[in-house]
Design a protein around this ligand. Structure first.
Ligand SMILES: CCCCCCCC(=O)SCCNC(=O)CCNC(=O)[C@H](O)C(C)(C)COP(=O)(O)OP(=O)(O)OC[C@H]1O[C@@H](n2cnc3c(N)ncnc32)[C@H](O)[C@@H]1OP(=O)(O)O
Length: 236
């Protein structure tokens, strides 16, 4: 990721903060320093939380150890919740477009600030986006296979992120998936998305999830531009 893209990623705190937090963030974000430190620290915290989620769901320690671990987690949860926002931190809405403008070497990292989504490193090349990730135990649907709902999440992110990267303010109107082969866990899959057509407010896109040269999931989507709606405080 280029320096300018990194700076953009670390600007703009989220909406819906408590009043005192919002005030101090606005003051600090005028220098950029505080926001950079907070988003970087939050990214590291979220990554550690994902590892914790995996460990909690897969641990095979004795039952007594589980109770000890639960108390430790509850303690950290209480500590973090002592001062909380209503919403998770978000990247600026314009970031994908800035990453795309920075060239094919620049990376946009999805869900770096939210442990519930799947983090994917996405690169843009003209009107195509590419990404890859390794599905794991938390993403299991059929035995040893990626859950179809996660495939939909990934395709919406890949296709929607690409549309967003063109600078369009658009939301998903339809998303259709074709599950052709199971997507195995614990092995890297690659993803691609491309814009196929534009017609007024409509933007059509398609994409796929591929494993070992086989297209396992194919997606087509229709996005509708919602110009005029303010997102992240940025009027479109
Ligand atoms: C803000 C950016 C965030 C980026 C995140 C992107 C990924 C996401 O997950 S988005 C979240 C999921 N999507 C949503 O929540 C969207 C919810 N739906 C809506 O807000 C509205 O239905 C919306 C904006 C899609 C369309 O409403 P509206 O602006 O009133 O459009 P409308 O005037 O009815 O239709 C415009 C055209 O699109 C077509 N269209 C609208 N919806 C659909 C649909 N579901 N299927 C097919 N065509 C549709 C209409 O037929 C019409 O076509 P034409 O011009 O040829 O007559």
């Amino acid at each position: 990721m280029t320096a300018s893209v990194n700076e953009a990623a670390n600007r703009a705190p989220s909406q819906s903060q408590s009043e005192d937090q919002s005030q101090s963030e606005n003051q600090s974000s005028s220098t950029g320093t505080w926001a950079t430190e907070r988003t970087q620290a939050t990214t590291a915290l979220v990554a550690a939380t994902r590892s914790l989620m995996h460990a909690a769901a897969t641990t095979d320690l004795p039952v007594d150890d589980l109770a000890t671990a639960r108390r430790a987690i509850e303690s950290v949860t209480a500590e973090l919740s002592a001062r909380a926002r209503d919403r998770v931190l978000r990247i600026p809405f314009d970031l994908p477009a800035q990453v795309r403008a920075a060239g094919p070497e620049a990376e946009w990292n999805t869900y770096a600030l939210n442990p519930f989504g799947i983090p994917v490193r996405v690169t843009f090349d003209d009107e195509t986006s590419r990404g890859s990730f390794v599905p794991g135990a938390l993403h299991e649907g059929p035995p040893d296979s990626l859950h179809g709902g996660w495939s939909a999440h990934l395709m919406d992110c890949m296709l929607g992120g690409l549309v967003q990267a063109t600078g369009a303010r658009a939301v998903t109107a339809t998303l259709e998936l074709s599950y052709r082969h199971r997507v195995p866990l614990d092995s890297e899959v690659s993803m691609e998305a491309t814009i196929t057509r534009r017609d007024g407010r409509k933007i059509f896109a398609e994409g796929w999830i591929e494993h070992d040269g086989v297209r396992c999931v194919e997606a087509t989507a229709l996005f509708i531009r919602v110009d005029g709606i303010s997102v992240d405080g940025v009027a479109s």
